[in-house]
Write a protein that binds this ligand. Structure first.
Ligand SMILES: Cc1ncc(COP(=O)(O)O)c(C=O)c1O
Length: 179
């Protein structure tokens, strides 16, 4: 990658660590990413596992193309009935327990956790939250509040109050659940 392209990237885009990989992506297919010089990398990260069926899987490309032909963004917040969302909700309901038959569809992991925290607070009118040490739940304020990693949180305090952290596999700590 040319120095000026690297500089443009480093100047005009935010990075989240001091030493970004700087792979200048031209294309990706299956397990490989190619950079603009033609160098091929085996992608062991897979988009942080998001592309765990490989880059540009033909079925994913086909589904995206079919959706492009119909519509893109029309409305969020569960207002309109949309084929893809309804199909996903039906699919989830078919594999989840009967009492978990209703999905609220969002764009990311952290939004899902924000929604879960808000839904639990609204439904129960309770405020205490118990989460696990060494957990990661996302980078927005609510998700960060329940993330069990001080290093990730320390610059953003105060976060949500009333959160207790327990250890994975320590069943006695479940006694922290209050009435
Ligand atoms: C367990 C877990 N929860 C939440 C998230 C946040 O997801 P997103 O990056 O889509 O907001 C991640 C992302 O790595 C995760 O691994």
């Amino acid at each position: 990658m040319s120095d000026s392209r690297i500089n443009t990237f480093l100047t005009l885009q935010g990075q989240t660590n001091q030493s970004p990989y700087l792979i200048d992506v031209e294309r990706a297919e299956g397990i490989y990413i190619w950079d603009k010089t033609g160098k091929r990398y085996m992608d062991m990260i897979a988009g942080v596992a998001v592309n765990n069926i490989g880059h540009r899987h033909p079925k994913v490309i086909e589904a995206i193309q079919a959706q492009l032909e119909k519509h893109l963004h029309v409305m969020v917040y569960g207002e309109y009935i949309q084929d893809a969302q309804l199909a996903l909700a039906e699919n989830l309901a078919s594999i989840l327990p009967e009492n978990l038959n209703c999905s609220y569809i969002v764009n990311s992991g952290t939004e899902a956790n924000e929604a879960a925290i808000k839904l639990a607070k609204r439904y129960t009118a309770r405020q205490e939250i118990i989460s696990c040490k060494n957990s990661y739940h996302g980078s927005t304020h609510g998700s960060l509040s329940v993330t069990g990693n001080e290093e990730k949180k320390s610059s953003f305090k105060p976060l949500l109050p009333n959160i207790q952290f327990i250890e994975f596999n320590n069943i006695e700590l479940l006694d922290l659940i209050t009435k």
